[in-house]
Design a protein around this ligand. Structure first.
Ligand SMILES: Nc1ncnc2c1ncn2[C@@H]1O[C@H](COP(=O)(O)OP(=O)(O)OP(=O)(O)O)[C@@H](O)[C@H]1O
Ligand SMILES: [Mg+2]
Length: 262
């Protein structure tokens, strides 16, 4: 059994992922190394095609690296069989996707209950457990709604409840606010911040600098390697963004004020 309490929740070293399509090879991860500790809230950034989703899929045991080391809670997953990996994934990982990925015909409650049915840990009281997860994300009054009867933000809350229901060691989120307007995106980020304050380890891919600013650490990828890795308040690109956003806000406030100098 994996020890979810292990302080170093993720360690990857010289990780490679090569996709093969026919004769063509795509080297999506090119010797990536990083470590993430328990209770961190990490943002992964980088241009389109830099390997963010590939990394998340490997971290989430949805995909196996071509070579290199990946230790999850101290256990070397690169040596695991496909069956072992799916067990580890069910026990330790909660996924949140940009497109929610809910079952359209199932109620919110059923959607959240589903991972428990595959779980080796919880197979009694799954209804009560799913209800508690939905309460935790503020959807106590929407349990019987189907996805098309919910707003985008509510759908993403259902997906987060589904990710939480197994009490995963890590939440992996791939652009969780990418399909949401900025106000709803902020609500979802507020929920992540709350979960992080409660001790949840979160790794989130995002394209948006202001969303990344909610994390404690920003890892930037380029061409399948780590280009930079800083605490958010020490990340030069992020600090530059914050400074410019502040200047813009001050200028707009100056324009809006009656009688202000042009
Ligand atoms: N299943 C796959 N088969 C073949 N190539 C793939 C596959 N998935 C990703 N790739 C390639 O691997 C590289 C990294 O893709 P990845 O999806 O990780 O990028 P990303 O950083 O998540 O980009 P985006 O910001 O657009 O989501 C890309 O060149 C992509 O075309
Ligand atoms: Mg992606």
């Amino acid at each position: 059994m994996v020890a979810p309490q292990h302080p170093l929740i993720i360690r990857i070293a010289d990780l490679h992922k090569v996709y093969r399509i026919g004769a063509e090879k795509v080297h999506a991860l090119r010797g990536m190394s990083l470590e993430i500790r328990r209770n961190e809230f990490v943002a992964i950034m980088g241009a389109s095609g830099s390997g963010k989703s590939t990394l998340l899929n490997v971290l989430g045991c949805l995909d196996q690296p071509t070579r290199g080391v990946y230790e999850l809670a101290g256990r070397p997953t690169h040596r695991m069989s496909v069956g072992e990996l799916s067990g580890v994934r069910n026990d330790l990982i909660g996924f949140v996707f940009q497109s929610f990925e809910l079952l359209p015909r199932a109620t919110a409650l059923k959607n959240v209950q589903l991972p428990l049915i595959y779980s080796r840990r919880y197979w009694v009281g799954t209804g009560a457990r799913a209800r508690r997860a939905l309460e935790r994300v503020g959807l106590a009054d929407r349990m019987k709604h189907r996805p098309n009867q919910l707003s985008g933000g509510q759908r993403q809350r259902v997906a987060i409840a589904r990710a939480l229901v197994n009490e995963p060691a890590i939440i992996l989120a791939d652009e969780p606010t990418g399909n949401l307007d900025s106000k709803t995106g902020d609500e979802i980020i507020g929920l992540f911040r709350q979960l992080h304050a409660e001790g949840q380890t979160i790794i989130m891919v995002t394209h948006e600098e202001d969303i990344a600013g909610n994390a404690g650490r920003i890892i930037r990828l380029r061409d399948g390697v780590v280009m930079s890795d800083h605490p958010t308040e020490e990340d030069p690109t992020h600090q530059d963004y914050v400074r410019r956003a502040l200047e813009t806000a001050q200028r707009d406030a100056g324009r809006a004020a009656p009688g202000a100098a042009p």
